[in-house]
Design a protein around this ligand. Structure first.
Ligand code: ADP
Length: 454
């Protein structure tokens, strides 16, 4: 029996003789946000493309497996247990995510400190779908079903310091939770617009896409379907300039239709929003037809309309690093500056590049595995200061070289850094079976060359 109801009955019978106001409705029964003081750690499990298993069944199987496992927790893959035929048949990989922010000084979380939260998903292999109307009337945009194969691994590949990724994830998670619980927006105000701004090539667009992918995985029990619509603000003007704001209205009508399906979580990515401000300014000064002002206004109106829907998150990017003079900056709740990579981020980006080249056999590996074991930035810094470690092992020699390369790349964007190993390889006189040390030497030269051309 429902205890709340029996309480109400008791109150009702006790006061039967005298009419009294109706009892207050029982408080809604919602699970507490945190049931205990263990740390919630996300465990993501990707289903095989061929799998037709129910997500709930796989989740329960993984939860049982984790209970038995009793191991400590650090970020990274966990092998799919081959002695569990159900999991072995259906699950491609399992990964522990986001323990980093809890783990300091190389400590690891012990299993009893952790409450694993399992997210099971299957990647969509559909690819982007352009211009869904097919009548050629819509401004250029792309649409993806999430989580999409194209964005797999993107989140992990983006390296920032200062917990930027975690901050964005938590922000979006809180926004969705507030919506879910029906928090009254007149009492507590929040919205679902994120603006990332900073110099070109710092990974803003990628971060928006990766965030959408992450959220589609983390929230898939509430929203079984997620979509990402990518609109390039610049193209609204260059391509459809003379077509006025009607086209924008039409595009947003499409988005509105997606949003009306309440099980859909919809992400709208508007890239290069500064072009809106530029167009508006040009229109006001009379150098461009007033058409463009209609486009900008239509876009802002549509964004305001969308904002009231609980299941939409608007992600915007801008390459303007100074204050952005544009109407909807006020509309954004979170404005995060994304800057060029720091020394630590550069080291980690280059380290991930080197590991990929070793894994795919472009670089030889003295360590006799397909994985180049180069310590991360923090332990490299620590060990390089210890005289007994210096020069004694090839590994530490490599760390030092990698650090030098990262130092030489000061001022490069993340995009240029990710291209650098390719340019280095193309510049090698003998590119076959190159050893990592020789490669890193060449990389420093290549970086200097690239920077001198900036
Ligand atoms: P933006 O939108 O800021 O111009 P992009 O999202 O187009 O940047 O970034 C281009 C590519 O550069 C990314 O896909 C990624 O490979 C690389 N990149 C940029 N910043 C970083 C970073 N901080 N960590 C790792 N890769 C990065």
């Amino acid at each position: 029996p429902d205890p709340d109801m029996s309480d109400q009955n008791a109150v009702a019978s006790a006061s039967a003789s005298a009419p009294s106001p109706p009892p207050p409705p029982p408080p809604p029964r919602l699970p507490p946000v945190l049931a205990d003081d263990r740390v919630s750690v996300s465990v993501e499990a990707c289903l095989k493309p061929s799998s037709t298993a129910r997500i709930d069944d796989v989740r329960s199987a993984i939860e049982r497996m984790l209970e038995k496992r009793s191991l400590s927790y650090i970020d990274g893959p966990i092998p799919v247990p081959l002695d569990d035929p159900f999991l072995a048949e259906n699950v491609e990989r399992i990964r522990i995510c986001d323990t980093d922010e809890w783990v300091q000084n190389h400590e690891i979380l012990l299993f009893w400190q952790v409450k694993p939260v399992v997210h099971v998903f299957q990647l969509s292999e559909e690819g982007p779908c352009e211009d869904v109307s097919g009548d050629g009337q819509l401004p250029s945009f792309n649409e993806w079903m999430l989580p999409a194969k194209e964005f797999d691994g993107m989140w992990e590949s983006l390296i920032y310091e200062s917990g930027l990724k975690q901050r964005l994830l938590r922000y979006a998670a809180s926004a969705l939770l507030f919506t879910e619980r029906g928090i009254d927006p007149f009492l507590v105000s929040w919205n679902r617009i994120i603006l990332l701004h900073g110099p070109p090539g710092t990974g803003k667009t990628s971060l928006c896409k990766a965030l959408a992918q992450k959220l589609s995985i983390r929230f898939n029990s509430r929203y079984p379907q997620s979509q990402l619509v990518e609109v390039n603000a610049h193209s609204l003007f260059s391509k459809w300039f003379s077509e006025s704001g009607k086209l924008v209205a039409k595009l947003f009508q499409k988005i509105q239709e997606m949003v009306e399906e309440e099980n859909n979580l919809v992400f709208v990515l508007i890239d290069e929003v500064e072009s809106l401000a530029a167009a508006r300014k040009a229109a006001l000064s009379g150098s461009e037809p007033s058409d463009s002002i209609r486009v900008v206004n239509a876009l802002l109106t549509q964004m305001d309309k969308l904002k009231s829907s609980p299941n939409v998150i608007i992600l915007t990017t801008s390459n303007i690093t100074t204050a952005i003079d544009i109407a909807f900056v006020d509309r954004a709740d979170i404005k995060a500056y994304v800057g060029p990579p720091t020394l630590q981020a550069r080291y980690e980006i280059l380290r991930s590049c080197m590991q990929e080249l070793v894994k795919k056999g472009i670089l030889s590996n003295f360590q006799d595995s397909d994985h180049l074991v180069v310590p991360n930035f923090a332990s490299t810094k620590e060990n390089l200061n210890m005289p007994e470690m210096q020069e004694t092992q090839t590994k530490f020699h490599l760390c030092k070289q990698l650090l030098e390369a990262a130092e030489a790349c000061e001022g490069m964007s993340g995009r240029s850094l990710r291209k650098l190993p390719f340019l280095t390889h193309a510049a090698l006189s003998n590119p076959y079976n190159c050893d990592p040390s020789r490669f890193l030497c060449k990389m420093v030269d290549t970086a200097r060359g690239e920077l001198s051309e900036l």
